[in-house]
Design a protein around this ligand. Structure first.
Ligand code: URA
Length: 277
């Protein structure tokens, strides 16, 4: 069923690859596993291995209220109260965050010259093995999941799992009925970057006017520049692109561009469910 087309005269007020991510599981522990104190503190991003050894030897680390001064001491980090220089820390086996990616930042683990999404998170997340699960273009904004859980990342990226990604695109021109049907039936993308058959997409024109349209669409996979290339096949240029949901997990509207937060326990299942709209 098609959604309502709203024609307005308004100018939209909404405004919104290098360094490939590979899951580095070295140093990441299994749940409940005992790890060395120095490794635990380094993975919390408190400092390098040699820096945290000094902190430990200075007697600045309390575990469950007791000062530990041996860096080799092992502990069940997830179930311990960790305090360094009076500041409490929580060690979690897994970290998954949602980031409101701003424009102008690369989705990559690292880059020699440009700022990446990892630069927007505290060092602890890199130390814990967090990586972007999927990729948004440099100029694309919105919901990006970064996780230390490789299996979760693969599920979100795997085109066979068909986890829906919902975007809001401001495009030039108006979407015709033919364009909408093409999106719904599955567009064959054929351009300088290659050829692929896009799976049927859900599409809804939310506003049109002044030679622009705001279109909400959900795609089932995430090929290179997929949304821009699908619109290009219909003769439209994407002016701005924002991802607003993955599965049924919506971008938290309280997150300013560049801000992040960890997922709550209730939010994990939403990533696997279909966005209903
Ligand atoms: N499709 C695109 O064209 N770009 C993105 O960043 C995401 C989806």
């Amino acid at each position: 069923m098609r959604c309502t087309v709203l024609i307005t005269g308004s100018v939209f007020s909404r405004r919104s690859i290098p360094g490939d991510a590979k899951y580095d599981t070295e140093g990441v522990t299994a749940m409940g596993e005992q790890i060395r104190l120095d490794k635990c503190l380094a993975m919390l991003g408190i400092g390098s291995r040699s820096e945290v050894k000094q902190i430990i030897r200075r007697g600045q680390v309390r575990i469950n209220g007791i000062v530990l001064s041996d860096p080799n001491q092992k502990l069940d980090a997830e179930n311990s109260e960790i305090e360094v220089a009076g500041i409490p820390y929580t060690y979690k086996f897994e970290r998954t965050v949602m980031l409101n990616k701003p424009a102008g930042v690369l989705t990559a683990a690292r880059d020699r010259k440009q700022r990446t999404v990892m630069d927007l998170l505290p060092a602890m997340y890199t130390a814990m093995g967090c990586m972007p699960a999927g990729r948004l273009d440099k100029d694309t904004t919105g919901l990006l999941i970064l996780t230390s859980n490789g299996a979760l990342a693969h599920r979100l990226i795997d085109p066979n799992k068909e986890v829906g990604k919902t975007y809001e695109a401001v495009i030039d021109g108006l979407m015709s009925d033919m364009d909408i049907t093409a999106f719904e039936q599955g567009i064959t993308v054929q351009d300088a970057d290659g050829t692929f058959e896009a799976k049927p997409a859900r599409v809804c024109v939310m506003e049109s006017g002044e030679g622009k349209s705001l279109v909400r669409l959900r795609i089932a996979e995430g090929k290179y520049h997929q949304v821009k290339r699908m619109f290009a096949m219909c003769g439209h240029t994407v002016l701005t692109l924002k991802r607003v949901a993955i599965g049924r997990l919506l971008l938290d509207p309280s997150l300013e561009p560049g801000a992040y937060r960890e997922l709550t326990e209730d939010e994990y299942p939403l990533l696997e469910q279909e966005d209903k709209w």
